[in-house]
Design a protein around this ligand. Structure first.
Ligand code: F6R
Length: 597
Protein backbone atom coordinates (compact mmCIF):
# COMPACT_ATOMS: atom_id res chain seq x y z
CA UNK A 1 0.00 0.00 0.00
CA UNK A 2 1.53 3.41 0.95
CA UNK A 3 0.91 6.69 -0.81
CA UNK A 4 3.47 8.78 -2.65
CA UNK A 5 3.41 12.29 -4.03
CA UNK A 6 5.96 14.56 -5.66
CA UNK A 7 5.99 18.16 -6.84
CA UNK A 8 8.28 20.28 -9.00
CA UNK A 9 7.12 23.86 -9.44
CA UNK A 10 7.25 27.51 -8.49
CA UNK A 11 5.76 27.21 -5.03
CA UNK A 12 6.97 25.82 -1.72
CA UNK A 13 6.53 22.07 -2.12
CA UNK A 14 5.97 21.37 1.59
CA UNK A 15 2.32 22.49 2.04
CA UNK A 16 1.42 20.99 -1.36
CA UNK A 17 2.92 17.65 -0.39
CA UNK A 18 1.40 17.64 3.11
CA UNK A 19 -2.03 18.41 1.67
CA UNK A 20 -1.62 15.66 -0.94
CA UNK A 21 -0.53 13.18 1.74
CA UNK A 22 -3.77 13.94 3.63
CA UNK A 23 -5.67 12.68 0.60
CA UNK A 24 -3.43 9.62 0.40
CA UNK A 25 -3.50 8.74 4.09
CA UNK A 26 -6.15 6.10 3.34
CA UNK A 27 -3.32 4.10 1.73
CA UNK A 28 -1.34 3.82 4.95
CA UNK A 29 -0.93 5.84 8.08
CA UNK A 30 1.70 4.44 10.39
CA UNK A 31 4.35 7.03 9.49
CA UNK A 32 4.98 9.78 6.98
CA UNK A 33 7.80 11.82 5.59
CA UNK A 34 8.90 14.51 3.16
CA UNK A 35 12.15 15.39 1.43
CA UNK A 36 12.56 18.68 -0.40
CA UNK A 37 15.33 20.24 -2.37
CA UNK A 38 16.28 23.09 -0.02
CA UNK A 39 18.90 25.79 -0.31
CA UNK A 40 21.73 23.54 0.75
CA UNK A 41 20.57 20.17 -0.56
CA UNK A 42 18.00 17.69 0.72
CA UNK A 43 15.95 18.66 3.74
CA UNK A 44 14.11 15.73 5.25
CA UNK A 45 11.39 15.33 7.89
CA UNK A 46 10.18 11.83 8.83
CA UNK A 47 7.88 10.90 11.65
CA UNK A 48 6.31 7.76 13.04
CA UNK A 49 2.53 8.03 13.57
CA UNK A 50 -0.24 9.80 11.76
CA UNK A 51 0.41 12.62 9.33
CA UNK A 52 -0.63 15.06 12.06
CA UNK A 53 2.57 14.10 13.90
CA UNK A 54 4.65 15.02 10.86
CA UNK A 55 2.77 18.30 10.59
CA UNK A 56 3.63 19.10 14.22
CA UNK A 57 7.25 18.36 13.54
CA UNK A 58 7.24 20.57 10.45
CA UNK A 59 5.82 23.41 12.53
CA UNK A 60 8.68 23.25 14.99
CA UNK A 61 11.39 22.36 12.46
CA UNK A 62 10.23 23.80 9.12
CA UNK A 63 11.74 22.79 5.82
CA UNK A 64 11.16 24.41 2.41
CA UNK A 65 11.96 23.89 -1.26
CA UNK A 66 10.37 24.08 -4.67
CA UNK A 67 10.70 20.41 -5.45
CA UNK A 68 9.99 17.51 -3.15
CA UNK A 69 8.64 14.02 -2.54
CA UNK A 70 6.38 12.72 0.24
CA UNK A 71 5.18 9.37 1.54
CA UNK A 72 2.59 7.95 3.87
CA UNK A 73 3.39 4.42 4.97
CA UNK A 74 1.69 1.10 5.66
CA UNK A 75 4.56 -0.96 7.00
CA UNK A 76 5.51 -4.22 5.30
CA UNK A 77 9.24 -4.59 5.95
CA UNK A 78 10.39 -3.03 9.21
CA UNK A 79 8.22 -1.70 12.03
CA UNK A 80 6.70 1.76 11.86
CA UNK A 81 9.47 4.09 13.10
CA UNK A 82 11.09 7.39 12.16
CA UNK A 83 14.03 5.60 10.60
CA UNK A 84 11.91 3.21 8.53
CA UNK A 85 9.74 6.06 7.24
CA UNK A 86 10.26 7.33 3.73
CA UNK A 87 11.85 9.17 1.95
CA UNK A 88 14.98 7.03 2.11
CA UNK A 89 18.34 8.49 1.20
CA UNK A 90 21.42 6.71 -0.06
CA UNK A 91 24.27 6.60 2.43
CA UNK A 92 25.94 9.55 0.67
CA UNK A 93 22.66 11.57 0.83
CA UNK A 94 22.84 12.00 -2.95
CA UNK A 95 19.57 10.28 -3.92
CA UNK A 96 16.19 10.49 -2.15
CA UNK A 97 13.45 7.95 -2.84
CA UNK A 98 9.81 7.31 -1.96
CA UNK A 99 8.49 3.84 -2.71
CA UNK A 100 5.12 2.10 -2.73
CA UNK A 101 5.28 -1.67 -3.23
CA UNK A 102 7.55 -4.53 -2.25
CA UNK A 103 11.07 -5.18 -3.53
CA UNK A 104 11.16 -8.96 -3.44
CA UNK A 105 14.91 -9.35 -4.01
CA UNK A 106 15.89 -6.64 -1.55
CA UNK A 107 17.84 -9.04 0.68
CA UNK A 108 20.16 -10.15 -2.13
CA UNK A 109 20.64 -6.56 -3.29
CA UNK A 110 21.27 -5.36 0.24
CA UNK A 111 23.85 -8.07 0.86
CA UNK A 112 25.65 -7.15 -2.36
CA UNK A 113 25.69 -3.46 -1.46
CA UNK A 114 26.73 -4.13 2.14
CA UNK A 115 29.57 -6.32 0.85
CA UNK A 116 30.82 -3.18 -0.95
CA UNK A 117 30.83 -1.31 2.34
CA UNK A 118 27.56 0.57 1.88
CA UNK A 119 25.87 0.99 5.28
CA UNK A 120 22.08 0.68 5.58
CA UNK A 121 20.09 2.72 8.07
CA UNK A 122 16.66 1.06 8.04
CA UNK A 123 15.05 -2.39 7.99
CA UNK A 124 13.00 -1.58 4.90
CA UNK A 125 13.09 -3.13 1.47
CA UNK A 126 12.71 0.38 0.03
CA UNK A 127 16.06 1.72 1.22
CA UNK A 128 17.75 -0.65 -1.21
CA UNK A 129 16.35 1.44 -4.08
CA UNK A 130 18.01 4.61 -2.79
CA UNK A 131 21.29 2.84 -2.09
CA UNK A 132 21.33 1.06 -5.43
CA UNK A 133 20.47 4.23 -7.35
CA UNK A 134 23.23 6.12 -5.55
CA UNK A 135 25.64 3.29 -6.30
CA UNK A 136 24.75 3.31 -10.02
CA UNK A 137 24.61 7.10 -10.47
CA UNK A 138 27.01 8.39 -13.12
CA UNK A 139 25.64 11.84 -13.89
CA UNK A 140 22.16 11.09 -15.28
CA UNK A 141 19.17 10.30 -13.07
CA UNK A 142 17.15 8.81 -15.92
CA UNK A 143 19.97 6.35 -16.77
CA UNK A 144 20.24 5.54 -13.08
CA UNK A 145 16.53 4.81 -12.75
CA UNK A 146 16.65 2.50 -15.78
CA UNK A 147 19.62 0.61 -14.38
CA UNK A 148 18.14 0.45 -10.89
CA UNK A 149 14.70 -0.77 -11.93
CA UNK A 150 16.31 -3.40 -14.17
CA UNK A 151 17.79 -4.86 -11.01
CA UNK A 152 14.57 -4.81 -8.99
CA UNK A 153 12.12 -7.68 -8.63
CA UNK A 154 8.70 -7.07 -7.16
CA UNK A 155 6.37 -4.12 -7.34
CA UNK A 156 7.07 -0.44 -7.14
CA UNK A 157 5.89 3.07 -7.69
CA UNK A 158 8.91 5.29 -7.15
CA UNK A 159 9.68 8.98 -6.95
CA UNK A 160 13.37 9.94 -7.00
CA UNK A 161 15.38 13.13 -6.62
CA UNK A 162 19.12 13.52 -7.04
CA UNK A 163 21.42 16.04 -5.32
CA UNK A 164 23.35 16.66 -8.56
CA UNK A 165 20.15 17.43 -10.56
CA UNK A 166 18.21 19.99 -8.52
CA UNK A 167 15.50 20.51 -11.17
CA UNK A 168 14.62 16.92 -11.96
CA UNK A 169 12.10 14.55 -10.40
CA UNK A 170 11.90 11.05 -11.86
CA UNK A 171 9.03 8.58 -11.42
CA UNK A 172 8.52 5.00 -12.52
CA UNK A 173 6.11 2.20 -11.70
CA UNK A 174 5.53 -1.52 -11.94
CA UNK A 175 2.39 -3.21 -10.56
CA UNK A 176 1.53 -0.24 -8.37
CA UNK A 177 -0.34 2.87 -9.44
CA UNK A 178 1.30 6.17 -10.33
CA UNK A 179 -0.02 9.20 -12.13
CA UNK A 180 1.61 12.36 -13.40
CA UNK A 181 -0.34 15.62 -13.14
CA UNK A 182 0.46 18.76 -15.09
CA UNK A 183 -0.45 22.37 -14.31
CA UNK A 184 0.72 25.93 -14.88
CA UNK A 185 2.04 26.06 -11.30
CA UNK A 186 4.13 22.94 -11.62
CA UNK A 187 4.03 19.21 -12.20
CA UNK A 188 3.14 16.34 -9.90
CA UNK A 189 3.41 12.64 -9.34
CA UNK A 190 0.94 10.82 -7.09
CA UNK A 191 -0.43 7.41 -6.20
CA UNK A 192 -3.97 8.60 -6.80
CA UNK A 193 -5.93 11.49 -8.29
CA UNK A 194 -7.40 13.06 -5.10
CA UNK A 195 -3.88 13.94 -3.93
CA UNK A 196 -3.45 16.48 -6.72
CA UNK A 197 -7.03 17.25 -7.76
CA UNK A 198 -6.88 20.65 -6.06
CA UNK A 199 -4.09 21.67 -8.44
CA UNK A 200 -4.94 19.95 -11.69
CA UNK A 201 -7.37 17.64 -13.43
CA UNK A 202 -4.97 16.85 -16.29
CA UNK A 203 -3.19 13.59 -15.66
CA UNK A 204 -1.15 10.96 -17.40
CA UNK A 205 -1.49 7.35 -16.24
CA UNK A 206 1.89 5.62 -16.21
CA UNK A 207 2.01 2.08 -17.53
CA UNK A 208 4.39 -0.47 -16.08
CA UNK A 209 8.05 0.38 -16.64
CA UNK A 210 7.26 3.77 -18.12
CA UNK A 211 9.44 6.52 -16.70
CA UNK A 212 8.41 10.14 -16.24
CA UNK A 213 11.00 12.90 -16.02
CA UNK A 214 9.52 16.05 -14.51
CA UNK A 215 10.86 19.56 -14.13
CA UNK A 216 8.77 22.54 -13.08
CA UNK A 217 8.05 23.35 -16.75
CA UNK A 218 8.09 20.00 -18.52
CA UNK A 219 7.12 16.35 -18.36
CA UNK A 220 8.75 13.76 -20.61
CA UNK A 221 8.14 10.03 -20.79
CA UNK A 222 10.57 7.24 -21.68
CA UNK A 223 10.67 3.48 -21.88
CA UNK A 224 13.43 1.45 -20.28
CA UNK A 225 15.46 1.69 -23.54
CA UNK A 226 15.43 5.46 -23.00
CA UNK A 227 13.24 5.98 -26.06
CA UNK A 228 10.84 8.92 -25.72
CA UNK A 229 7.15 7.96 -25.44
CA UNK A 230 4.20 10.01 -26.64
CA UNK A 231 1.42 9.86 -24.03
CA UNK A 232 -1.99 11.49 -23.97
CA UNK A 233 -3.14 13.43 -20.91
CA UNK A 234 -6.61 12.61 -19.62
CA UNK A 235 -9.03 15.05 -18.04
CA UNK A 236 -10.42 13.96 -14.70
CA UNK A 237 -14.10 14.77 -14.26
CA UNK A 238 -14.16 14.40 -10.46
CA UNK A 239 -14.85 17.70 -8.72
CA UNK A 240 -12.42 19.12 -6.17
CA UNK A 241 -15.18 18.91 -3.52
CA UNK A 242 -15.52 15.17 -4.05
CA UNK A 243 -12.17 14.69 -2.30
CA UNK A 244 -13.04 16.98 0.66
CA UNK A 245 -15.16 16.18 3.75
CA UNK A 246 -17.66 18.91 2.94
CA UNK A 247 -18.67 19.58 6.55
CA UNK A 248 -19.11 15.94 7.58
CA UNK A 249 -17.13 14.67 10.56
CA UNK A 250 -15.80 11.75 8.52
CA UNK A 251 -15.41 10.82 4.87
CA UNK A 252 -17.31 7.61 5.60
CA UNK A 253 -20.47 9.48 6.58
CA UNK A 254 -20.14 11.82 3.62
CA UNK A 255 -19.72 8.85 1.31
CA UNK A 256 -22.75 7.06 2.79
CA UNK A 257 -24.83 10.17 2.20
CA UNK A 258 -23.62 10.47 -1.40
CA UNK A 259 -25.09 7.10 -2.30
CA UNK A 260 -28.38 8.18 -3.87
CA UNK A 261 -26.43 10.41 -6.26
CA UNK A 262 -23.63 8.04 -7.20
CA UNK A 263 -25.90 5.01 -7.49
CA UNK A 264 -28.16 7.02 -9.81
CA UNK A 265 -25.19 8.16 -11.90
CA UNK A 266 -23.88 4.60 -12.13
CA UNK A 267 -27.27 3.29 -13.24
CA UNK A 268 -27.57 6.06 -15.80
CA UNK A 269 -24.08 5.66 -17.20
CA UNK A 270 -25.06 2.18 -18.38
CA UNK A 271 -22.90 -0.76 -19.30
CA UNK A 272 -20.88 0.50 -22.22
CA UNK A 273 -19.00 -2.53 -23.38
CA UNK A 274 -18.94 -4.54 -26.58
CA UNK A 275 -21.59 -7.26 -26.50
CA UNK A 276 -20.24 -10.17 -24.50
CA UNK A 277 -22.42 -12.84 -26.09
CA UNK A 278 -23.10 -14.57 -22.84
CA UNK A 279 -24.51 -17.54 -24.73
CA UNK A 280 -20.95 -18.37 -25.79
CA UNK A 281 -19.94 -19.03 -22.18
CA UNK A 282 -20.64 -22.04 -20.02
CA UNK A 283 -19.41 -20.58 -16.75
CA UNK A 284 -19.23 -17.25 -14.95
CA UNK A 285 -16.72 -16.73 -12.15
CA UNK A 286 -16.91 -13.57 -10.05
CA UNK A 287 -13.74 -12.88 -8.12
CA UNK A 288 -12.70 -10.06 -5.78
CA UNK A 289 -11.57 -9.26 -2.24
CA UNK A 290 -13.26 -7.98 0.90
CA UNK A 291 -16.40 -5.96 0.31
CA UNK A 292 -16.05 -6.27 -3.44
CA UNK A 293 -16.17 -10.05 -2.93
CA UNK A 294 -19.34 -9.57 -0.87
CA UNK A 295 -20.85 -7.65 -3.79
CA UNK A 296 -19.99 -10.72 -5.86
CA UNK A 297 -21.73 -13.02 -3.37
CA UNK A 298 -24.88 -10.88 -3.54
CA UNK A 299 -24.77 -10.92 -7.31
CA UNK A 300 -24.47 -14.71 -7.46
CA UNK A 301 -28.03 -14.90 -6.10
CA UNK A 302 -29.16 -12.40 -8.73
CA UNK A 303 -27.36 -14.05 -11.65
CA UNK A 304 -28.61 -17.47 -10.62
CA UNK A 305 -32.21 -16.43 -10.17
CA UNK A 306 -32.44 -14.32 -13.31
CA UNK A 307 -30.15 -16.15 -15.73
CA UNK A 308 -30.72 -19.77 -14.62
CA UNK A 309 -27.14 -20.13 -15.81
CA UNK A 310 -25.36 -23.46 -15.61
CA UNK A 311 -22.40 -22.48 -13.46
CA UNK A 312 -21.89 -19.29 -11.49
CA UNK A 313 -19.12 -19.23 -8.96
CA UNK A 314 -17.83 -16.58 -6.59
CA UNK A 315 -14.22 -16.87 -5.49
CA UNK A 316 -11.99 -14.87 -3.19
CA UNK A 317 -9.33 -13.53 -5.53
CA UNK A 318 -6.57 -14.55 -3.11
CA UNK A 319 -7.77 -18.16 -3.34
CA UNK A 320 -8.65 -18.19 -7.01
CA UNK A 321 -5.15 -17.28 -8.11
CA UNK A 322 -3.55 -20.26 -6.39
CA UNK A 323 -6.09 -23.01 -6.99
CA UNK A 324 -5.32 -23.78 -10.61
CA UNK A 325 -8.87 -22.68 -11.40
CA UNK A 326 -11.00 -24.56 -13.90
CA UNK A 327 -11.51 -21.72 -16.35
CA UNK A 328 -11.01 -21.57 -20.09
CA UNK A 329 -12.11 -19.60 -23.14
CA UNK A 330 -15.71 -20.52 -22.37
CA UNK A 331 -15.52 -18.82 -18.96
CA UNK A 332 -16.37 -15.21 -18.25
CA UNK A 333 -14.38 -14.00 -15.23
CA UNK A 334 -15.79 -10.88 -13.60
CA UNK A 335 -13.36 -8.89 -11.42
CA UNK A 336 -14.89 -6.42 -8.99
CA UNK A 337 -12.76 -3.69 -7.43
CA UNK A 338 -13.06 -0.11 -6.26
CA UNK A 339 -9.38 0.73 -6.67
CA UNK A 340 -8.61 -1.50 -9.62
CA UNK A 341 -5.24 -2.02 -7.93
CA UNK A 342 -5.87 -4.83 -5.44
CA UNK A 343 -2.90 -7.16 -5.92
CA UNK A 344 -4.86 -10.41 -5.48
CA UNK A 345 -7.60 -9.33 -7.86
CA UNK A 346 -5.06 -8.29 -10.48
CA UNK A 347 -3.29 -11.63 -10.09
CA UNK A 348 -6.64 -13.45 -10.43
CA UNK A 349 -7.32 -11.56 -13.65
CA UNK A 350 -3.90 -12.44 -15.06
CA UNK A 351 -4.37 -16.09 -14.10
CA UNK A 352 -7.78 -16.15 -15.79
CA UNK A 353 -6.42 -14.51 -18.94
CA UNK A 354 -3.49 -16.90 -19.08
CA UNK A 355 -6.01 -19.75 -19.13
CA UNK A 356 -7.89 -18.16 -22.01
CA UNK A 357 -10.90 -16.83 -20.08
CA UNK A 358 -12.60 -13.60 -21.07
CA UNK A 359 -12.28 -10.97 -18.34
CA UNK A 360 -14.64 -8.17 -17.40
CA UNK A 361 -13.66 -5.72 -14.67
CA UNK A 362 -16.07 -3.57 -12.68
CA UNK A 363 -13.86 -0.78 -11.42
CA UNK A 364 -14.17 2.69 -9.91
CA UNK A 365 -10.77 4.17 -10.67
CA UNK A 366 -10.22 5.16 -14.28
CA UNK A 367 -6.85 4.14 -15.67
CA UNK A 368 -6.25 1.55 -12.93
CA UNK A 369 -4.52 -1.74 -13.71
CA UNK A 370 -7.72 -3.82 -13.71
CA UNK A 371 -9.43 -1.29 -15.95
CA UNK A 372 -6.55 -1.29 -18.39
CA UNK A 373 -5.78 -5.01 -18.51
CA UNK A 374 -9.23 -6.62 -18.46
CA UNK A 375 -10.79 -7.46 -21.82
CA UNK A 376 -13.84 -5.35 -20.93
CA UNK A 377 -14.36 -2.73 -18.23
CA UNK A 378 -17.47 -1.19 -16.72
CA UNK A 379 -16.86 1.84 -14.54
CA UNK A 380 -18.80 2.57 -11.39
CA UNK A 381 -19.46 6.28 -10.93
CA UNK A 382 -18.78 6.43 -7.19
CA UNK A 383 -16.22 9.23 -7.48
CA UNK A 384 -13.23 9.24 -5.14
CA UNK A 385 -13.77 7.08 -2.09
CA UNK A 386 -11.47 8.20 0.70
CA UNK A 387 -12.71 6.37 3.82
CA UNK A 388 -10.95 3.05 4.17
CA UNK A 389 -14.25 1.21 4.69
CA UNK A 390 -16.03 1.14 1.37
CA UNK A 391 -19.65 2.26 1.18
CA UNK A 392 -20.59 4.10 -1.99
CA UNK A 393 -18.29 2.06 -4.21
CA UNK A 394 -19.91 -1.13 -2.91
CA UNK A 395 -23.39 0.23 -3.67
CA UNK A 396 -22.40 1.18 -7.19
CA UNK A 397 -20.86 -2.26 -7.75
CA UNK A 398 -24.17 -3.84 -6.78
CA UNK A 399 -26.19 -1.92 -9.35
CA UNK A 400 -23.73 -2.67 -12.14
CA UNK A 401 -23.96 -6.37 -11.27
CA UNK A 402 -27.79 -6.23 -11.18
CA UNK A 403 -27.84 -4.60 -14.62
CA UNK A 404 -25.42 -7.13 -16.02
CA UNK A 405 -27.60 -9.94 -14.70
CA UNK A 406 -30.68 -8.47 -16.37
CA UNK A 407 -28.76 -8.00 -19.64
CA UNK A 408 -27.47 -11.59 -19.58
CA UNK A 409 -30.90 -12.98 -18.66
CA UNK A 410 -32.40 -11.19 -21.64
CA UNK A 411 -29.73 -12.53 -23.96
CA UNK A 412 -30.21 -16.02 -22.58
CA UNK A 413 -33.96 -15.63 -23.15
CA UNK A 414 -34.69 -16.24 -19.48
CA UNK A 415 -36.40 -12.86 -19.38
CA UNK A 416 -38.80 -11.32 -21.87
CA UNK A 417 -38.10 -7.73 -22.97
CA UNK A 418 -41.06 -6.68 -20.80
CA UNK A 419 -39.70 -8.61 -17.82
CA UNK A 420 -36.28 -7.03 -18.28
CA UNK A 421 -37.83 -3.57 -18.60
CA UNK A 422 -39.75 -4.05 -15.35
CA UNK A 423 -36.59 -5.10 -13.52
CA UNK A 424 -34.62 -2.17 -14.94
CA UNK A 425 -37.36 0.14 -13.66
CA UNK A 426 -36.98 -1.44 -10.22
CA UNK A 427 -33.25 -0.80 -10.40
CA UNK A 428 -33.81 2.80 -11.50
CA UNK A 429 -35.97 3.32 -8.40
CA UNK A 430 -33.20 2.28 -5.99
CA UNK A 431 -31.61 5.75 -5.53
CA UNK A 432 -34.98 7.27 -4.53
CA UNK A 433 -35.50 4.49 -2.00
CA UNK A 434 -32.02 5.03 -0.56
CA UNK A 435 -32.92 8.71 -0.09
CA UNK A 436 -36.13 7.65 1.68
CA UNK A 437 -34.11 5.37 3.95
CA UNK A 438 -31.57 8.07 4.76
CA UNK A 439 -34.42 9.96 6.46
CA UNK A 440 -34.10 7.36 9.23
CA UNK A 441 -30.50 8.21 10.05
CA UNK A 442 -31.50 9.48 13.50
CA UNK A 443 -33.26 6.20 14.40
CA UNK A 444 -30.21 4.18 13.35
CA UNK A 445 -27.86 6.56 15.16
CA UNK A 446 -29.89 6.26 18.38
CA UNK A 447 -30.04 2.50 18.18
CA UNK A 448 -26.32 2.17 17.37
CA UNK A 449 -25.44 4.34 20.38
CA UNK A 450 -27.03 1.70 22.62
CA UNK A 451 -24.92 -1.09 21.07
CA UNK A 452 -21.36 -0.09 21.87
CA UNK A 453 -21.13 -2.40 24.87
CA UNK A 454 -21.67 -5.66 22.98
CA UNK A 455 -18.72 -8.03 22.90
CA UNK A 456 -19.96 -9.88 19.87
CA UNK A 457 -22.45 -9.10 17.14
CA UNK A 458 -23.76 -11.73 14.74
CA UNK A 459 -25.40 -10.99 11.42
CA UNK A 460 -27.86 -13.49 10.04
CA UNK A 461 -30.02 -13.80 6.96
CA UNK A 462 -31.17 -16.34 4.45
CA UNK A 463 -30.45 -16.35 0.74
CA UNK A 464 -29.64 -12.86 -0.51
CA UNK A 465 -30.13 -11.52 3.04
CA UNK A 466 -27.29 -13.78 4.09
CA UNK A 467 -25.12 -12.39 1.30
CA UNK A 468 -25.58 -8.83 2.54
CA UNK A 469 -25.12 -9.96 6.16
CA UNK A 470 -21.51 -10.74 5.16
CA UNK A 471 -21.00 -7.11 4.26
CA UNK A 472 -22.69 -5.84 7.43
CA UNK A 473 -20.40 -7.95 9.56
CA UNK A 474 -17.24 -6.91 7.69
CA UNK A 475 -18.16 -3.24 7.94
CA UNK A 476 -18.81 -3.47 11.67
CA UNK A 477 -15.65 -5.29 12.60
CA UNK A 478 -13.33 -3.19 10.48
CA UNK A 479 -14.33 0.16 11.95
CA UNK A 480 -15.76 -0.64 15.42
CA UNK A 481 -13.34 -3.44 16.43
CA UNK A 482 -16.27 -5.43 17.82
CA UNK A 483 -16.06 -9.13 17.09
CA UNK A 484 -18.60 -10.06 14.48
CA UNK A 485 -19.56 -12.91 12.18
CA UNK A 486 -22.16 -13.43 9.53
CA UNK A 487 -24.10 -16.66 9.20
CA UNK A 488 -26.80 -18.07 7.04
CA UNK A 489 -29.71 -18.25 9.52
CA UNK A 490 -30.12 -21.98 9.06
CA UNK A 491 -26.45 -22.61 9.90
CA UNK A 492 -26.54 -21.21 13.43
CA UNK A 493 -27.84 -24.43 14.94
CA UNK A 494 -24.92 -26.35 13.41
CA UNK A 495 -22.42 -24.88 15.82
CA UNK A 496 -22.37 -21.12 16.18
CA UNK A 497 -25.42 -20.85 18.39
CA UNK A 498 -23.23 -22.05 21.25
CA UNK A 499 -21.68 -18.56 21.24
CA UNK A 500 -25.01 -16.81 21.67
CA UNK A 501 -25.55 -15.62 25.26
CA UNK A 502 -26.74 -12.60 27.22
CA UNK A 503 -24.27 -10.04 25.90
CA UNK A 504 -24.81 -10.90 22.24
CA UNK A 505 -26.55 -8.85 19.61
CA UNK A 506 -27.92 -10.51 16.50
CA UNK A 507 -28.63 -8.31 13.50
CA UNK A 508 -31.17 -10.16 11.38
CA UNK A 509 -31.84 -9.26 7.76
CA UNK A 510 -35.15 -10.19 6.22
CA UNK A 511 -36.19 -8.92 2.82
CA UNK A 512 -37.28 -12.28 1.44
CA UNK A 513 -40.99 -12.39 2.27
CA UNK A 514 -41.16 -16.10 1.48
CA UNK A 515 -38.38 -16.87 3.97
CA UNK A 516 -39.64 -14.68 6.78
CA UNK A 517 -41.06 -17.59 8.83
CA UNK A 518 -37.67 -19.31 8.59
CA UNK A 519 -35.62 -16.35 9.78
CA UNK A 520 -38.22 -15.69 12.46
CA UNK A 521 -37.60 -19.11 13.94
CA UNK A 522 -33.85 -18.39 13.94
CA UNK A 523 -34.61 -15.11 15.69
CA UNK A 524 -36.65 -16.94 18.31
CA UNK A 525 -33.83 -19.42 18.82
CA UNK A 526 -31.32 -16.68 19.61
CA UNK A 527 -33.71 -14.63 21.74
CA UNK A 528 -34.45 -17.67 23.89
CA UNK A 529 -30.68 -17.95 24.51
CA UNK A 530 -30.41 -14.39 25.79
CA UNK A 531 -29.59 -12.43 22.62
CA UNK A 532 -31.11 -9.10 21.63
CA UNK A 533 -32.12 -8.73 17.99
CA UNK A 534 -32.01 -5.82 15.54
CA UNK A 535 -34.24 -6.75 12.63
CA UNK A 536 -33.80 -4.94 9.32
CA UNK A 537 -36.72 -5.87 7.13
CA UNK A 538 -39.42 -4.78 4.72
CA UNK A 539 -41.62 -7.77 5.39
CA UNK A 540 -45.16 -6.70 6.28
CA UNK A 541 -45.56 -9.00 9.31
CA UNK A 542 -42.28 -7.86 10.94
CA UNK A 543 -42.92 -6.22 14.30
CA UNK A 544 -41.06 -5.02 17.40
CA UNK A 545 -41.00 -6.76 20.77
CA UNK A 546 -39.11 -6.11 24.01
CA UNK A 547 -36.13 -8.17 22.79
CA UNK A 548 -36.39 -7.12 19.16
CA UNK A 549 -35.88 -3.66 17.61
CA UNK A 550 -37.08 -3.18 14.06
CA UNK A 551 -35.90 -0.93 11.26
CA UNK A 552 -38.41 -1.01 8.42
CA UNK A 553 -37.06 -0.70 4.87
CA UNK A 554 -38.94 0.65 1.87
CA UNK A 555 -40.55 -1.96 -0.30
CA UNK A 556 -38.23 -3.32 -3.01
CA UNK A 557 -37.76 -6.35 -5.24
CA UNK A 558 -36.17 -9.10 -3.13
CA UNK A 559 -33.16 -9.38 -5.46
CA UNK A 560 -32.29 -5.71 -5.15
CA UNK A 561 -33.01 -5.41 -1.41
CA UNK A 562 -29.27 -5.57 -0.47
CA UNK A 563 -29.00 -2.04 -1.88
CA UNK A 564 -31.26 -0.87 0.95
CA UNK A 565 -30.23 -3.18 3.79
CA UNK A 566 -26.59 -2.26 3.27
CA UNK A 567 -27.32 1.43 3.92
CA UNK A 568 -28.69 0.55 7.37
CA UNK A 569 -25.72 -1.73 8.03
CA UNK A 570 -23.22 0.95 6.99
CA UNK A 571 -24.88 3.58 9.19
CA UNK A 572 -25.15 1.15 12.08
CA UNK A 573 -21.41 0.37 11.91
CA UNK A 574 -20.56 4.01 11.44
CA UNK A 575 -22.48 5.16 14.52
CA UNK A 576 -21.26 2.30 16.71
CA UNK A 577 -17.68 3.29 15.83
CA UNK A 578 -18.45 7.02 16.19
CA UNK A 579 -19.93 6.45 19.65
CA UNK A 580 -16.80 4.56 20.60
CA UNK A 581 -14.78 7.60 19.49
CA UNK A 582 -12.75 5.63 16.95
CA UNK A 583 -10.77 6.88 13.97
CA UNK A 584 -13.41 5.78 11.50
CA UNK A 585 -11.80 6.81 8.22
CA UNK A 586 -8.52 5.15 9.11
CA UNK A 587 -9.17 1.97 11.10
CA UNK A 588 -6.19 0.34 12.76
CA UNK A 589 -3.98 -2.01 10.71
CA UNK A 590 -5.91 -1.36 7.49
CA UNK A 591 -5.25 0.52 4.30
CA UNK A 592 -7.62 1.08 1.47
CA UNK A 593 -5.84 -0.08 -1.59
CA UNK A 594 -4.25 -3.45 -0.84
CA UNK A 595 -1.47 -3.58 -3.39
CA UNK A 596 0.46 -6.31 -1.57
CA UNK A 597 -0.41 -10.01 -1.31
C1 F6R B 1 -13.89 -3.07 3.24
C2 F6R B 1 -13.04 -2.74 2.11
C3 F6R B 1 -12.16 -3.80 1.57
C4 F6R B 1 -12.11 -3.72 0.03
C5 F6R B 1 -11.08 -4.73 -0.50
C6 F6R B 1 -11.02 -4.72 -2.00
O1 F6R B 1 -14.65 -1.96 3.63
O2 F6R B 1 -13.04 -1.64 1.64
O3 F6R B 1 -12.57 -5.06 1.99
O4 F6R B 1 -13.37 -3.97 -0.48
O5 F6R B 1 -9.82 -4.44 0.02
O6 F6R B 1 -10.62 -3.48 -2.49
P1 F6R B 1 -10.90 -3.05 -3.98
O7 F6R B 1 -12.38 -2.93 -4.13
O8 F6R B 1 -10.19 -1.75 -4.14
O9 F6R B 1 -10.34 -4.14 -4.84
Amino acid sequence: MCGIIGYAGDENAVPIIVDGLKKLEYRGYDSAGIAVFGEGGFEVAKQKGRLAELEKRLESLPIAGRMGIGHTRWATHGEPSDINSHPHLGSGSKIAVVHNGIIENYKQLKERLEARGIPFASQTDSEVVAQLAEHYYEGDLLDTVIKTTNALEGSYALGLMCLAEPDVLVAVKKDNPLIVGVSEQGNFIASDVPAILKHTNRVYYLDDKEIAVLTKDSVKFYNTDKEPLAKEAETITWSVDSAEKGGYPHFMLKEIMEQPKVVRETIQSGINIDPLHITAFNKIVITACGSAYNAGVVSKYVFERLCRFRAIEVELASEFRYKDPCVDEKTLVILVSQSGETADTIAAMREAKAKGAVTLSIVNVVGSTLAKEADHTVYTAAGPEIAVATTKAFSTQLVVLYKLAVQFALELQKLTPEGAKALLEEIAAIPGKITELLNHVDDIQKYAASCIGYKSIFFIGRNIDYAIALEGSLKLKEISYIHSEAYAGGELKHGTISLVEDNTLVVALSCCQRLYPKILSNIEQVISRGAKVFLVSNVTQAEESDKLSLLKLPDIHELFSPSLSVIVLQLFSYYVAANKGLDIDKPRNLAKSVTVE
